[in-house]
Design a protein around this ligand. Structure first.
Ligand code: SF4
Ligand code: SF4
Length: 308
């Protein structure tokens, strides 16, 4: 059945087009190679890192390989979601940590991504960035929930029975921090044409088998915090997560309890992300993990278009 595309869905599609065009336009105006690796000049590229005259002028470095892997894992995440085969999601998280994390060095780096997409919109980086954005327009934060290796590692080390739950009201206040961080990073990169804090993302030091004592310490701290708190970096500090949370408010399909809902609030209690509220998920926090599906005693929860 082809779902009805309602007004909110149309807004989502328009927003996606505007985001794409906006980033592409910004990419023409900036394009500083800083923060994107030193090899652009080494491979004979222009100032934006493109290989002049080469067949791979749009895709530089290993962007094409990264795109293929990201598309593959995103496709698997959508398959898990649509078939409700959530028991496979942890395997997906493990594959993400190994492949996108340790093999590819941490793709997409959540602090660098919101900056690089402005600096490098004229390259294949734009497509890499658009994958989580398109997923967010369709379903919400599927990328965060099942694909991002930084989120995956936090969740894999988390121990539910030791979890210290942040009161929802405090959680909402803390999530403002990540939005402010996003605004600060975008404003800075727009003003200066350079990126910052690329290597400071938690776990980047692990994924790259390097880093400074400070970045290793930050990574270790977030790793330990993740054991006791569900995805602390995602919920408080991730600028890419903040951006996807904004886009997710326009999602076409969402997690919701239907007519069978008996208001038992089992789903609220099962949601480690504190995204479920009375049978309706909050799009900006829902990771489409499926825990509420499993917790619902009457099978009321499904993925549906938002009510008009
Ligand atoms: S919030 Fe950031 S780190 Fe967490 S899963 Fe999303 S993009 Fe990755
Ligand atoms: S348990 Fe929470 S995060 Fe997971 S799908 Fe349900 S509402 Fe979303």
């Amino acid at each position: 059945m082809v779902p009805h595309v309602n007004r909110r869905a149309r807004y989502g599609i328009v927003a996606l087009i505007l985001v794409t065009v906006g980033f592409a336009a910004l990419g023409q105006g900036f394009g500083t190679p800083s923060g994107f690796g030193p090899s652009a000049a080494a491979v004979g590229g222009d100032a934006q890192g493109r290989t002049v005259g080469g067949r791979d002028g749009f895709f530089v470095h290993d962007q094409l390989a990264k795109l293929v892997v990201l598309l593959g894992l995103s496709g698997a995440a959508i398959a898990v979601l649509l078939t409700h085969a959530f028991r496979w999601r942890r395997l997906l998280l493990a594959v993400s940590v190994i492949v996108l994390g340790f093999v590819l060095g941490g793709v997409l780096c959540p602090i660098a991504a919101v900056q690089n997409v402005i600096l490098k919109a004229g390259t294949g980086y734009l497509l890499l960035f658009l994958i989580p954005v398109v997923l967010a327009v369709l379903f919400g934060r599927v990328f965060c929930g099942s694909v991002c290796p930084f989120g995956a590692l936090q969740e894999l080390v988390h121990v539910r029975r030791w979890a210290l739950r942040i009161p929802p009201r405090i959680g909402r206040v803390l999530s403002v921090v990540r939005s402010l961080f996003l605004v600060a990073l975008v404003a800075r990169v727009a003003a200066t044409g350079t990126s910052v804090l690329d290597g400071a993302t938690p776990f980047k030091a692990f994924f790259e088998f390097g880093g400074t004592p400070v970045t290793v310490a930050v990574s270790a701290l977030v790793l330990v915090l993740s054991i006791f708190t569900f995805r602390p970096f995602c919920r408080v500090a991730c600028p890419l997560g903040a951006f996807l949370a904004l886009v997710s408010r326009l999602r076409i399909f969402g997690v919701r309890g239907g007519a069978k809902c008996v208001s038992c609030k089992q789903c609220d209690r099962a949601c480690a992300a504190d995204a479920m509220c009375g049978g309706k998920s909050r799009p900006e926090e829902c990771l489409l993990c499926g825990d509420c599906f499993a917790a619902c005693p009457v099978g009321a929860i499904s993925i549906v278009p938002p009510r008009r």
